[in-house]
Design a protein around this ligand. Sequence first.
Ligand SMILES: [Zn+2]
Length: 117
Amino acid sequence: MAFSKEILVELKQKLTEEKNRLEKELDAIGRPTENPGDYETEFDDIGRDKEDNALEVDEYSDNVAVESNLEKQLKDVNEALKRMENGTYGICENCGQVIDIERLRAYPAAKTCIKCK
Ligand SMILES: [Zn+2]
C-alpha cells in the first residue's frame, strides 16, 4: 500500500461523497437500469404540439450528454473505490509509479500520474 491509512480514509471519504453526488445528479435526469452504475436518460414529455416536441428533443439531447458524462465520472469513482479494496489505489495505470498525493486530493479518482495524464 502506497499511502498511510489516514490518507486512504480521507480519500475514501471524498470518493464516497463524490459517488453520492453523482448518483443524485443521475437520478435527477435519468433512471437506473439493471446494470449497476448505468443510467438511462428520461425523456420528459412536456406536451403534444410541435414547439413542445422540439423543446423536448433539445432538452433530451442535453441530458443525454450530461448523463453520459456523469456516468463516466461515476464509473471512475467506483473503479477507484475498487482499487482501494484491492490495494492498488494511487498507482499510475500507465507507468506504475505512485500518484502524487496532491493530485489525488484534487482528483481522488485519478488513474494516472501527472506525467502520464
Ligand atoms: Zn504515470
